[in-house]
Design a binder for this molecule. Sequence first.
Ligand code: FAD
Length: 415
Amino acid sequence: MRKILVVGAGQSGLQLALGLQSHGYEVTLMSNRTADEIRSGRVMSTQCMFHTALQHERDLQLNFWESQAPKIEGLGVSVAAPGSWAEGPAARAIDWVGRLDGYAQSVDQRVKMAGWMETFAQRGGQLVIHGAAVSDLDYFSRTYDLVLVSAGKGELVSMFGRDASRSPYSEPQRALAVSYVHGLGPRPEHPDYDAVRCNLVPGVGELFVMPTLTTSGRADILFWEGIPGGPLDVFNGVKDPAEHLSLTLELMERYTPWEYARATKVELTDAGGTLAGRYAPTVRNPIGRLPGGGLVLGVADVVVANDPITGQGSNSAAKCAASYLASILERGEKEFDEEWMQGTFDRYWDTARHVTKWTNAMLAPPPEHVLNLIGAAGQLQPAADRFANAFDDPSDFENFFYEPEKTAAYLASLS
Ligand SMILES: Cc1cc2nc3c(=O)[nH]c(=O)nc-3n(C[C@H](O)[C@H](O)[C@H](O)COP(=O)(O)OP(=O)(O)OC[C@H]3O[C@@H](n4cnc5c(N)ncnc54)[C@H](O)[C@@H]3O)c2cc1C
C-alpha cells in the first residue's frame, strides 16, 4: 500500500491521517507533542465549526464529541454605537441573531486532537513524536510516496513561499486574546438556545463569545480581537492567566457591557485556558521544495492562514483535508508529482478563496453598504439568517455582500 507521511497533528493533519488510514494507506503521523501534552497544555483556538465542516468529520465517523458539545444554533451580531464608550460603558446600536440551518459546534482542540491522535495509534497508525525540521523532510521525501505538511503556522511554513498576489496584508491585523471560562450566564435575548455572539466595536475591534466543550466539560469562550495599537492591544506580555481574564472583563465592561452583564461570575476553566498572540494572514505557494530536490505539499493553515475574525480556519482545515483526501484517493497508484500537487491545491483554493476574500474584507473598516446590511438584518430576519448561514458557505457572500448594488437589490427583494 502507498506510504504517506503527515507532519503536524492538528485539525487537517489528523483528519487526513485518519481518513487515509481508513482507506488502507500506510500512514505515519509526526507530531511535536504527545496526546497528553496537548490535553494538558494551553488552548489553541476557539475552533467554532459550522455544518459543512462538521459533516466532513461525520463522514469519517470522527464526530466523537457531537453529543456532548453544545449545539450552536444561531449566530448573532451586535454593534456598539461609535464613540459611545467615551463617557462610560458603550451603548448598543444593533443587536440581532440569525438562525443556522445546521448547528455549529466547538470542541476544544486539546480534547479533539488528543483523542484523535490516540485513535490513530489504536487503529495501528504509526505515530512519531518529533518536531520535524526541513532536513528531516528531505530524507522522508525519498522514503514516502507523499509528504503532507500540516504543521499550522509553525516554522515549517518557511519552505512555502508567500503568494503576495493573494496576501494583501503583510502585518497582523488583529491582536488576539482568548479566555475559556465557566460560569457565563445565558444571553437574555435567547436563553433557550446557544449562539456565537459577534460584537463589533467600530475602530477598536471585536469580541466573540461562544460555548465550547473543553477538558472540564461545557464552557464558554471570550475572545477579543483588537486593532493593533488600539485599546484592546494590551495582552502582550501578560503571563498571569488571572490578569489576562481580568483585563478581558474590564474591556468587556467598557466596550460590550451587554456581554459583561452575564460574565460577572466567570472563572477560568484551567491554568491553560488563556491565549494571546497575532499573525499576518498569508496565502503561500502550496509546494515546498527541499534542498535535496524532493517536493512536499502544504495543507490548511500552512498554505492559507486567515485571521480568525470570521472563525473559518478549522472549517477550512476540515474542508482542505476532505478535498485532499478525495484527490489522493482519485490518484490511485499514480505518482504524486508536482502537477498533481498543484491541481490538488487549486481544487481546495476554489473553496478557500471565498474564505480569504471575505475574511480580509472583514478586517478592513466596513463600507457603508455593509453597515446598511448589518443594520437592516435587525429588522429583516431572512437577512440575519442568510448572513449567519454564510459562515458555513462563505461563497454566498458573493451574492449580497461585496458590491453595493447587489446588497441593495438583495435588501429590496426582502421588503
Ligand atoms: C485565537 C484563535 C481563534 C480561532 N478561532 C477559530 C474559530 O472559531 N473557528 C475556526 O474555524 N477557526 C478558528 N481558528 C483557526 C484554527 O484554529 C486554525 O486555522 C486551525 O487549527 C488550522 O488547522 P491546521 O490543521 O492547519 O493547523 P493546526 O491546528 O495549527 O495544527 C498544526 C499542528 O502541527 C504541530 N506542529 C507544528 N510544527 C510542527 C513540526 N515542525 N513538527 C511536527 N508537528 C508540528 C502543531 O503543534 C499542531 O499540533 C482560530 C485560531 C486562533 C489563533
